[in-house]
Ligand binder design. Structure first.
Ligand code: 4NP
Length: 155
């Protein structure tokens, strides 16, 4: 496979998918995997904003870098550009499936399909406390490792 292009998607693109972008970029680099990574939201309310300070504080304390990230909404061209579009929860996956043009070759999946954990959605931490952001990181770290294994098998 050519350099895989992966888009992580949540609702606002300020908490979960920017965390997935930062964690996966770090882990893919450590694993020597050459990938293109981006993230986006199914909603556009936070367009242009940097990630939520709570998500960045939790991620930075585990060594992840959020530099250069700004929120954007999913665009039609994403369905042609990306090989994998990975949703944080079922609602976002349904939104993506409803919107994907027939011509799209992108694999639309739940990100936690690649996880060993017994969960299929990354819970929305936006209205909760700090431990919600730690849980998001735990799930995303696990799924990132699974996705790296998957991509290595294909390369
Ligand atoms: P995210 O979290 O989808 O993980 O970025 C949210 C961010 C903002 C909102 C909801 C979820 N919001 O309702 O504004």
């Amino acid at each position: 496979m050519q350099k895989p292009k992966i888009l992580f998607v949540c609702l606002g693109n300020i908490c979960r998918s920017p965390t997935a972008e930062a964690v996966f970029r770090h882990k893919a680099k450590d694993a020597g995997l050459d990938v293109f990574i981006d993230s986006a939201g199914t909603g556009a309310w936070h367009q242009g904003e940097t990630p939520d300070p709570r998500a960045m504080a939790a991620g930075k304390s585990r060594g992840y870098d959020f530099a250069g990230q700004t929120a954007r909404a999913v665009q039609d061209i994403d369905f042609e550009d990306f090989d994998y579009i990975l949703a944080m929860d079922r609602k976002n996956l349904t939104h993506l499936m409803d919107r994907a043009p027939k011509s799209s070759q992108a694999r639309l999946r739940l990100f936690l399909d690649f996880s060993q954990q017994n969960m299929d959605e990354v819970p929305d931490p936006y209205y909760g406390g700090a431990n919600g952001f730690e849980h998001v990181l735990d799930l995303i770290e696990d799924a990132s490792e699974g996705l790296i294994k998957h991509l290595k098998q294909k390369s």
